[in-house]
Design a protein around this ligand. Sequence first.
Ligand code: ADP
Length: 404
Amino acid sequence: MTKKIFAINAGSSSLKFQLLEMPSEIVITKGIFERIGSSDAEFTIKYGTEKEQKTLPIQSHQEAVDNLLNVLISKGIIQSLNEINGVGHRVAHGGEEFQDSAIINESVLQTIENLNHLAPKHNPVNVIGIKAFRAALPNVKSVAVFDTAFHHTIKPEVYNYPIPYKYYEKYRIRKYGFHGTSHEYIYKTITSLLDKREEGYKIISCHLGNGSSICAIDNGRSVNTSMGFTPLAGLMMGTRSGDIDPSIIPFIAEKEHKSNQDMNKLLNNDSGLLGVSGISNDLRDIEEAATNGNKRAELAIKMFVNRVAETISAYVSNLNGVDAIVFTAGIGENSATIRSLICKKLSFLNLTLDEKKNGSSEAFIETSDSRVKVAVIPTNEEVVIARDVLRIKQETNPYQSVLQ
Ligand code: ADP
């Protein structure tokens, strides 16, 4: 029997939605509310061949949800709210408590709220989204799908930081990793495209977007990932620095009289491709400037590529080999130049790219004699969320948070 499942991603002033028919994974409708909390919020919805956009006052996420459900009925996209069988919510941080998606009940909601301090910009707004849907559809199953859960298989020697151990015990400071739904989708998709075989595959998934992370996956299990305690760690990103020598932080703070908050902003919002190029956080602008001879744009691209290639190389060691490297997200899916530059730095793996395929829309872009497969696969986090709403059958009782 087919089911209609929502995949929801609530941001501080936005609400992204998709309504999928499952298990066919057909998108019935999708869209976004932006600038929630203002009198000129923006609502965009696509269904069939239609696309509608309007500006309207939306004061809260609750109003956005109520509005959305009314629109679905008034446009005839669904006949009644009873047709909605489940709602899956993306939740940024599941801490150590959630190793899988969870059916939402009061205790799960409370545990997510107890993790707010680990993702202060994301978890509280995710909870607002959950509560809004629960109020509007009180009898519909809702499931929380955590960005961190896929990485629960990472071992302690990888997830611990070499700082006094008491901070792990006291505050659970450790690597968590993010983009889990994307890496999981990539693993499942690539392995469905590869020949069936007994032993599992070793896959390196490169999610390169405005936020970027790489994940080493051994037979479906995440063994390492580049984001850490927060999404600031690892690769150079659109506006985030990624890994830097930690001493730089107190050094700049002292010299420039900056507070912790200022430093957080500097590293999260003013760094990365934007900070180095001084042009934009959007790779398209930087590629254009580099083509026109802008040296800092060239430097930003080289730094980005270096960091990605270094991380992939380290993960080949973690996995003790690699069968396929997959590129996904805005940059990974769209920039043939970046893919080519990264793969040139990996020729020691006897990996070679077929530049013609790299410029096409084919999934596999390596040459026939390449020892490692290279693929481009568009990510689809919403599908993982909708699949999990169907997959998670029993109410999981998360451990009581150690931080309560
Ligand atoms: P996020 O979801 O993390 O906000 P996306 O995965 O949408 O980010 O990726 C956004 C980035 O992808 C943009 O900032 C841009 O740099 C890059 N991008 C998108 N399209 C292209 C393209 N055609 N060529 C190069 N880069 C692109």
